[in-house]
Write a protein that binds this ligand. Structure first.
Ligand code: IMP
Ligand code: MG
Length: 196
């Protein structure tokens, strides 16, 4: 029988209570196990909608934030799909600038394709509004929006969010793809800004 030995030193590394990114301290907020369960639920819903499809839907990874989420989600999808990426940016430090800039992509033509837009988090919704306009311009056959996280107290836009992993209060978080000024994306758990 195969088994793994977990050392006490590993446990500290696996779930750190606090992390420091530049001038700010963040504390553990959503452990990986809960993130993983949320991804399972989202994948079940997408599979129920797309399993058995005869087209090849596009999984559109919105760089950089949704890299980790997209990778975990794609491993759970049970239909043929193509990964396409697009890089957008709207945050500066811990604040949304309100201006969504298209920095790269999409890395393939989306016209005539069914697209599953994969976002890390929907906050003000400016990014998702810009993306839904882009989907119309690019003449995608249809698009669904999938987000790992949603801040419902902030999101007041009309774009329908088809698949939502978890809802969180209006707090600034990092980890599992989300960053503070470019760092913090590599942590497997999600951390919240410690305002004490
Ligand atoms: P929105 O356009 O305001 O909905 O924000 C979308 C983007 O801002 C997300 O895709 C994230 O990249 C970033 N963002 C929003 N909230 C947070 C946060 O709490 N931490 C880190 N990045 C965030
Ligand atoms: Mg993002």
């Amino acid at each position: 029988m195969d088994f793994f030995v977990i050392l006490a030193s590993d446990i500290c590394w696996l779930e750190m209570e606090k992390i420091k990114l530049y001038d700010k301290t963040f504390r553990l907020y959503i452990p990986y196990e809960r993130i993983s369960e949320a991804i399972d639920r989202v994948a079940d819903k997408i599979n129920a909608d797309f399993r058995g499809c005869t087209d090849i839907p596009v999984v559109l990874c919105i760089l950089n934030g949704s890299v980790l989420f997209t990778a975990e989600l794609m491993k759970r999808l049970e239909f043929n799909c193509e990964l396409v990426s697009m890089k957008l940016s709207s945050y500066s430090g811990t604040i949304s600038t309100g201006v969504v800039r298209n920095l790269l992509g999409p890395t393939s033509d989306l016209s005539g394709r069914r697209v599953i837009v994969v976002e890390d988090i929907v906050d003000t919704g400016n990014t998702i509004v810009a993306l839904s306009e882009y989907m119309k311009e690019t003449k995608a056959a249809d698009y669904k929006v999938c987000t790992m996280l949603l801040k419902p107290d902030v999101y007041k836009k009309d774009v329908n969010l088809d698949y939502v992993g978890m809802e969180i209060p209006n707090r600034f978080i990092v980890g599992f793809g989300l960053d503070y000024d470019g760092i913090g994306r590599n942590y497997k758990d999600i951390y919240v800004l410690d305002e004490e």
